[in-house]
Ligand binder design. Sequence first.
Ligand code: CO
Length: 134
Amino acid sequence: MIGRLNHVAIAVPDLEAAAAQYAGALGARVGAPQDEPDHGVTVIFIELPNAKIELLYPLGENSPIQGFLDKNPSGGIHHVCYEVEDIIAARDHLKATGARVLGDGEPKIGAHGKPVLFLHPKDFQGTLVELEQV
Ligand code: CO
């Protein structure tokens, strides 16, 4: 059911420093910061040949990644995002297997303007999983 790896998201305590490291030390193509007020994050996308890296930094008072950074002050991998063709079919299949969908279970429009859902990390080896319909 899942398709390509779309991105790996890394929460960072210093967005500019992280972007500079990816651009300089790793020689990656680094985009401009984008504020995503609906998601409580500022995001920088890094385009790799086969996937993206999404650098996440808290935006606003109730950012969903603030707690993660409090527990991981030097940053860390926050989630992985897999592509699916039909997010409703994927959700219904996953729920039938017992996996928990976060929030109200309805897809939201994610940072790429496409429908996304998140799956409970306790159901996936301790990893927060994002599904994105492509
Ligand atoms: Co993501």
